[in-house]
Design a protein around this ligand. Structure first.
Ligand code: SF4
Length: 184
C-alpha cells in the first residue's frame, strides 16, 4: 500500500523558538479544530508552551514520508475506506515512531519526545472529555504543532519537504509525519 522515507534534522531550541514557533498564532488555528480543549495533548494548556521549549537545548527532528502506491495515491475513496487506509498507514507509522521516541527518551535522561500529531491512545475518547486525568501520562506526548511549532515551515526549511493535504475525498500521494526529541 505504501513505502516510507525517513528524514532527520537538528536545530537549537533557541533558533527553533525564534524561527518556527508562534504559540499565539497556532492557538487561533487550534481553536478551529474539533480537538481543541478536548484532549490533554492539545491546547489550551495550564502551562506556557514557550517555557516548555526553553527547558531544552536541542531539537532533533524526524519526519517520515508515507508514500502511497499508484493505486492509492491521488485516488478517491469512501469515508470508510479512507479511515481504514489512514489507520493502516498513518496509524501504524505513528505508533512505531512513538515507541521509538519513548525508547530514546529512556536512554537519554532529561529528554522529551514530541509526537507526530495529537494523542490518539484512547481511540478518540480522551479522559479530558470526562474531566478526568490523562489515563496514560507516561506515554502521552505533546505534538510540535500543539506547542506552537509550524510543522509545514519546519519540514520545508530544514528538510526540503512539503506537506500535501487531502482534498475532495482524494488520498494525497503522500503524508508526512513529523516528530522529534528535545534534549538538554
Ligand atoms: S492518553 Fe488518553 S487520556 Fe491521555 S491525552 Fe491521550 S487520549 Fe487523552
Amino acid at each position: 500500500m505504501f513505502t516510507t522515507e525517513k528524514y532527520t534534522a537538528e536545530i537549537s531550541t533557541k533558533d527553533y523558538l525564534e524561527g518556527y514557533v508562534d504559540v499565539a498564532g497556532f492557538v487561533e488555528c487550534c481553536k478551529k479544530c474539533p480537538n481543541y480543549g478536548k484532549t490533554w495533548s492539545c491546547p489550551p494548556f495550564d502551562f506556557d508552551p514557550e517555557e516548555f521549549w526553553k527547558r531544552y537545548e536541542r531539537f532533533e527532528l524526524t519526519a517520515v514520508k508515507i508514500i502511497f502506491d499508484e493505486e492509492y495515491g491521488g485516488k478517491k475513496f469512501s469515508k470508510e475506506e479512507m479511515d481504514k487506509i489512514i489507520k493502516e498507514s498513518i496509524g501504524k507509522v505513528k505508533q512505531q515512531l512513538s515507541q521509538e521516541l519513548l525508547a530514546q527518551e529512556r536512554q537519554i535522561p532529561g529528554s522529551a519526545s514530541l509526537s507526530a500529531g495529537s494523542c490518539s491512545l484512547c481511540g478518540g475518547s480522551c479522559a479530558k472529555q470526562e474531566e478526568k486525568p490523562c489515563r496514560f501520562p507516561e506515554q502521552m506526548r505533546y505534538s510540535i504543532e500543539a506547542l506552537g511549532g509550524n510543522v509545514g515551515m519546519t519540514i520545508e526549511k530544514l528538510m526540503g519537504l512539503k506537506l500535501e493535504w487531502m482534498e475532495d475525498g482524494r488520498l494525497p500521494h503522500y503524508f508526512v509525519l513529523v516528530c522529534g526529541l528535545l534534549r538538554r
